[in-house]
Design a protein around this ligand. Sequence first.
Ligand code: R5P
Length: 275
Amino acid sequence: MLLIRPSSSLLRHAIAFRSLATHSLSKAERGKQLAAYRAVDEMLDSSLEKGIIGLGSGSTIEHAIERIHQRKDLHSVVYVPTSFQTKRLILHYNLRLGNIDQYTSVDLTIDGADEVDANLNAIKGGGACLFQERLVAQASKKFVLIADERKKSDKLGSKYLRGIPIEIVPMALQTVLFNIQNMWENATVRLRMATPTDKAGPVVTDNGNLILDCQMGPIDDPVNVYRDIKLLTGVVDVGLFCNMAEVAYFGGLEDEKVDIWYKQKSGKGSTVVRS
Ligand SMILES: O=C[C@H](O)[C@H](O)[C@H](O)COP(=O)(O)O
């Protein structure tokens, strides 16, 4: 039998990545691209030559990786992925792939978000990636969010209406559902299902777990909601990223503007400045 070994370029093309050509971008994609490019250009510089950078997951981060690919001065940096998707993109663009096992201290992580509030707290996990994202973000000295302007919010849960993503161990499905429903009577919790033409049954995360989406309306106290859900046995992670981001870049849909929200130290705490 003749075995044909595909060349690496064939392998690369076998993976369907989205076309990110600027001329064909929708307004939303252009907004994501603006935020991603600006964040890469401002947050990553050549002095990071031997740096370790974490890369989040989702559609916005694809633009950031494309920008890193364009910036030849950033090719000696090691990139730590937070998902299967991001790992494939790092390989696709021939960037240096690292692993959180090797680098427990990361210089900076850039990641997308589903919603960002006025304190830079975020909902994440719309694409079922949250556990690895938190793992890498927590190991990072700086955590930077990128999104289009539709993700700006006054209160988490008022823009991203699908609910808080919760990653759970499959065996704990019924008990976690029961406990959440008991704790928040008005919450609606659903097991996230895959698109039936792609896969029958539930969405399975990169870690072999399931995702619940927990709708509870606008959230007054995301820190406590995060903690209460996280403490339930069987919960691997909760898509509320509180007090983690230092800066968020939002790309405009109607103009070429990028709004930047960043934390500034004031007294004992910090305030978020908008520019
Ligand atoms: O699970 C996915 C991640 O948390 C993403 O970073 C988040 O959902 C934002 O994704 P996107 O950039 O596609 O809006």
